[in-house]
Design a protein around this ligand. Structure first.
Ligand code: HEC
Ligand code: HEC
Length: 486
């Protein structure tokens, strides 16, 4: 796909600056109930640090062989950081690589709100892969990808690629998001499909911005020499990490964020939410009043989709516990080649001292920020690691009824798609039944209106500002103040 699809732009968002004027602008914005962003709303990349701008351009450029795919193809800002082609989400889910004969087997998760840097320069979000967080039932947290295999340590080993000066500036960007980029989509044959790292580097060197921004960011001439290519490639990965962790990619300016900030008592029910949205929030966190008809925890969403406090008011709530669960997602037979059910976390812990049969079929809890954000009204998004679900209503209905309804197979309906399951009032057997959380979820006794309320709440989690692809690059003078924000 091309970037001309990036059309539904609200405005170019700019980097956060800690100036008094910026704060004033924000408060005026909140008073007016609109999203005026901190810092000036600029028409170009000049508010970004060099490393952020370099990472952003790496993200949006079609760095692929053939030259037709960028990170943004599969992580489209207007689709909330997931795939930007509706027809693909509806059917094959897995995105065809730059080479049209290749395709992966999973839905691109969002690249937003994975990790981010706060105003005070603190790294928050997804931790490195670890088994010390004690989350039930897998005991594992962190790591990027649906199965966590980008653990956050690959660039830590690369002590060669930054001298002390840059290490001080950029060490904070090393972690799972940078590891993911280091993994790397650029040379993955089912993604951007370049032959090797040298070929990636050569394409970057040919752009208008590549050599100059690399130099400004890293204080080095860009060289695609075989001998030093691993170091150069690691610097690309850290730069991609830096932009993905930036305020621009994680603006925290959804209706929920703005409503919470402008609320009189800063608590739910929120003054500027509808009754339905407030009810959805209450069911999500299990605090709706007078609902003896519902069991413990009501919608139970907050058990897994929560990084902050239990009342849902944390400023940087990411709607994920960063842990792994098997919600009983059915197999998606529409993915090309009908790949076997994905093993999830088990594939990552297999053969390590963390190996555990319970990990089979567990996937990382995705953030719910931007889960509804789409490129226009008729645009279909796919939900779950294999994109089996095609609407928020349907996945919420699944949580509500997965074990309350007949199994489609028992009705003689094999390999049912979501559409067939809904039409026949059944749900298929999960991909990995033995380890699924069905029982805890799957018979919540929510009414149809309750389901709608939860969906209405999820719809308040879409960012109001949407990143545009960068402006064409113009050569510029070096400006030391753009090395970092401090
Ligand atoms: C052809 C589609 C495609 C392209 C191109 C692509 N991705 Fe992805 N991305 C995916 C898929 C699919 C996954 C999940 C794979 C898995 O879990 O095994 C993913 C996972 C990720 C994640 C992990 C998110 C999380 O929460 O774990 C990040 C971050 C990410 N991609 C960033 C990038 C960047 C940066 C680029 C460009 C260098 C890129 N992607 C290019 C499809 C793509
Ligand atoms: C037991 C933990 C758990 C509970 C409870 C839970 N979720 Fe999830 N949720 C997950 C996991 C894990 C996934 C990914 C599942 C997969 O890929 O198969 C997911 C996926 C989703 C998705 C798809 C997101 C995407 O980007 O693909 C949505 C939407 C969602 N959940 C909403 C909810 C809502 C609403 C509730 C409450 C009604 C809820 N979840 C309850 C763990 C949970």
């Amino acid at each position: 796909m091309t970037h001309s699809r990036i059309t539904k732009t609200v405005f170019q968002i700019s980097a956060r600056k800690k100036s008094k004027t910026a704060m004033l602008v924000t408060s005026i914005g909140l008073l007016l109930g609109v999203s005026l962003l901190p810092g000036k709303v600029s028409a170009d990349e000049s508010d970004l640090t060099y490393i952020e701008e370099f990472g952003k351009r790496l993200f949006f450029e079609n760095i692929s062989d053939p030259k037709r795919q960028s990170c943004a193809s599969c992580h489209h800002p207007g689709a909330g950081g997931t795939n930007g082609v509706s027809g693909v989400n509806l059917k094959q889910v897995a995105v065809t690589g730059a080479n049209p004969h290749t395709v992966g087997a999973l839905k691109p998760p969002t690249n937003k709100y994975v990790q981010f840097i706060t105003e005070d320069g603190e790294v928050q979000g997804l931790p490195n892969f670890n088994n010390t967080c004690g989350r039930f039932p897998t005991g594992i947290c962190g790591g990027a990808f649906w199965n966590g295999r980008a653990k956050g340590d690959s660039t830590l080993d690369m002590n060669l690629f930054m001298d002390d000066h840059y290490a001080e500036l950029y060490s904070k960007y090393r972690g799972p998001v940078t590891d993911q980029a280091h993994a790397s989509p650029f040379i993955n044959p089912v993604e951007q499909g370049h032959k090797n790292k040298v070929a990636v580097c050569q394409q970057i060197a040919k752009t208008k911005w590549g050599a100059e921004l690399y130099d400004y960011t890293w204080g080095l001439k860009l060289s695609c020499n075989e001998k030093t290519i691993d170091e150069v490639f690691a610097r690309f990965a850290v730069s991609l990490g830096a932009w993905q962790m930036s305020y621009e990619n994680n603006p925290y300016d959804s209706k929920r964020d703005l409503a919470l900030k402008s609320d009189k008592d800063g608590k739910f029910p929120l003054d500027s939410f509808t009754d339905e949205e407030n009810l959805g929030h209450d069911l999500f966190y299990g605090v709706a009043e007078n609902r003896d008809d519902l069991g413990f925890g009501q919608g139970r969403c907050g058990f897994c989709h929560r990084s902050g406090n239990r009342s849902g008011t944390s400023e940087h709530e990411r709607y994920t516990d960063d842990s792994y669960h098997n919600i009983g997602t059915p197999r998606n037979y529409e993915i090309p080649g009908s790949p076997e059910a994905d093993d999830g976390l088990h594939a990552t812990t297999l053969g390590t001292d963390m190996e555990n049969p319970l990990h089979m079929g567990s996937h990382k809890t995705p953030t719910l920020r931007n889960t509804d954000l789409r490129l226009g009204k008729g645009f279909t998004k796919a939900y779950g690691h294999n994109g089996y679900f095609k609407s928020l209503k349907s996945i919420v209905h699944f949580y509500n009824t997965a074990i309350a309804k007949d199994r489609c197979e028992d009705l003689g309906i094999m390999e049912a798609t979501e559409k067939e399951a809904l039409a026949n009032n059944c749900w298929p057997t999960p991909e990995h039944e033995d380890t699924s959380a069905l029982g805890f979820i799957g018979d919540l006794k929510l009414t149809d209106k309750d389901e709608d309320a939860i969906v209405a709440y999820l719809m308040t989690l879409s960012d109001t500002s949407i990143v545009k692809q960068p402006k064409p690059y113009k050569s510029q003078k070096y400006d030391e103040s753009r090395l970092s924000r401090d």
